[in-house]
Write a protein that binds this ligand. Sequence first.
Ligand code: ZN
Length: 368
Amino acid sequence: MNNFFVILAAGKSKRFNKKMAKQFYNYKNKEIIDHSIDKSLDSRLFKKIVVVSNNLNHFKKKKYPKIVKIIKGGKERSDSSLNALKYIKQFKPKNVFIHDAARPNFSIKLLEDIIKNLKKNKAVVPIINSKDSIKYKIKNHIFNLNRNNAILTQTPQAFRFKDLFNLAINQKQKINDEATLFINTNHKIKFIRGENKNNKITYLEDINTSKTYFGIGFDLHRLIKNKKLYLGGLKIPFHSGLKGHSDGDVILHAIIDAILGATRKKDIGTYFPNTKKFKNVRSPKMLKPILDNLNKFNFFINNLDINLICEQPKVSKYRDKIINSISNLMGLNKDLINLKGKTVEKLGLIGKEKAIACEVIISITKYD
Ligand code: ZN
């Protein structure tokens, strides 16, 4: 196991549009760089993991195992790569992997595939085919490239140390990856299937910066005679209806409060006070502007869980109809809505069929 893993993280991330260097940006609950460090550690394939960075201070607070070594990078990518090769030369490595920190999504299986192929080859490089059509421009001429013949190289790329070192030390021009050195000097490379998910993070948009929030809602209304009963926007035949300034639909009110909770927008009373304007308003009309706001700000509902607390009517009898109604009102797939009925052992106002209560929890994701 005389393999060394070099992670290049000295880039300035000019295209990333963030004050913070890209490799230190939080992604899937850890810094981008740490995905590569952790995976190379977990693979147990490497004697040493060498991180090349121009911000050594950043690593001072980190606690990596001893086999992780942070060294100073160079001006260009190829300078940083050469720095690492010069550093590890003293350990007489057999194989070296060079990897860009901007690719945090490779799998350990890819590392294992590369190692397997290194047994019979001096250079192993993962590739994928392009999903986009590619044109090639030389001066003012544009050529169509056959997409099937165009290959995209990824990292980690792995090499016999000796061969790579000799090529790297003699390189004259800037290179974007080590495979270029082998290609420019007509050395053979074994290309293996890369991973589509092993994409390179270049722009901030490449990172899914979605955040998920939860909201809780609760409502209770008294039941009174001579009023229609609405639950989840559905009219239900019953001896009483829910008293309130509006139609008293406890389910929709709890949903509204849950949404407002998840988006941190106060409560239903803030938007629908007990004024003349909202006298006898139907609750779907209250829900609509709240949902419009969700869409406007790129929030998406993941799921909705509802507890309807009442002795009567029997929830099981109306469950599908209520879920259908909510699904239609919210434009939300009914598979994402759950409705549970709870009775209260005939206790209190609810138990004596004098009130109905509802609680709702909602999960919402915001996409930037
Ligand atoms: Zn209410």
